[in-house]
Design a protein around this ligand. Sequence first.
Ligand code: ASP
Length: 407
Amino acid sequence: MLGENMAPLVGDSPDPVLVDGGALGRPPRILLIYTGGTIGMVEDAATGALAPFDFSHLLENVPKVGRLGYQLDFAEIAPPIDSSDMSPAHWRQIAQMVAAGYDAHDGFVILHGTDTMAYTASALSFMLPGLAKPVILTGSQLPIGEIREDGTNNLITALQIAAARDPRDGGPMVREVAISFGRFLWRGNRATKMSSTDFGAFRSFNYPPLAEMDLHIRFNEARLLRPEGASSAGEGEGSAAAAGQLAATDGGTAVSGLGTAASGLVPQLEMDNAIGWVSVFPGMTEEVLRSQLEVPSLKGAVLRTFGAGNAPTRPWFVNAVTQFVSSGRLLVNVTQCAGGGVEDKRYATGDALVRAGVVSGFDMTCEAALAKMMHLFGRGCSAEEAAVLMQRPLAGELTVPDAVAKF
Ligand code: ASP
């Protein structure tokens, strides 16, 4: 069943923005970055298992790409990987490729495995503050060389989206990191992989699609980020942060050392992975919880809670959490539910976390919360500073609830 996020889009003019060279007066120039994933995999003759293959194989199988008439440049991670092996070092490599090609290209398409695509998209959205061009991730459920597959369509559509121009100002239609997959374009840091078999592998439960791709590609103009902080970013959605303005203050105290990127792309390549990821479950024991929190090197952790941000209230649980936070570490509450978010004062169980000093991650996906925490610590934030910024949209990744925004 379609949720409210899947309602018809507002952009109703068919293909108003697809580029065939007309809008730019020259062929669009796109940088295609290959990282691996099913889209480029071939079957190992001996084992029958799929393994990543090189770029030339991929392109040989999609001669149609040439018919787009774009100027394509290529870059790849060597060797290409199954995205289960993705790491912050790879994110840095990809962000560097985008940064190095930024001025020369109109857009970027990243071919990536679906398994961790939402993590990479989230990470890039924070690593590329000031981004004002499309960075479109795509991949496929079946390898592009198979007779029946979804990779060709996903690749061609992603390229068209990366080349699309906004008729209102002639600039790029998409000015953010997004995932194009199947029939939808999703904000990268709002998306999550929902199916290992469906050709529509991704969904975003807390933010509508940025575009719907059927017979036509129709953009949801009102929901696209606009880095200069214009209204098109949507009410309360991080347009200032998209311009890289991490001017985080809390009660007037400026968070130092974050800088701004209002004048253009200023890549932030450091990601600090000294963080944890704790998922509560019925029957969790104190030993299991403590073994995950009592890791001396941790600077913070994402706490994956039930429903609207609820966790066990037994004293050993609250004590372990309180000790973690009072030792100067950051704990951010994100729900295990695919949709909705943390309303931590709704139930006594959530309120206990607030009193223990746990910070609400509102409606962020777990992938976005994890990547954002790595980014903030990578930028040298203290736990206190990171706590403030975790609750501010930096790249459209969260919606601040009205009740909180009023303060
Ligand atoms: N295991 C693959 C990967 O994430 C799955 C895929 O691409 O869909 O690289």
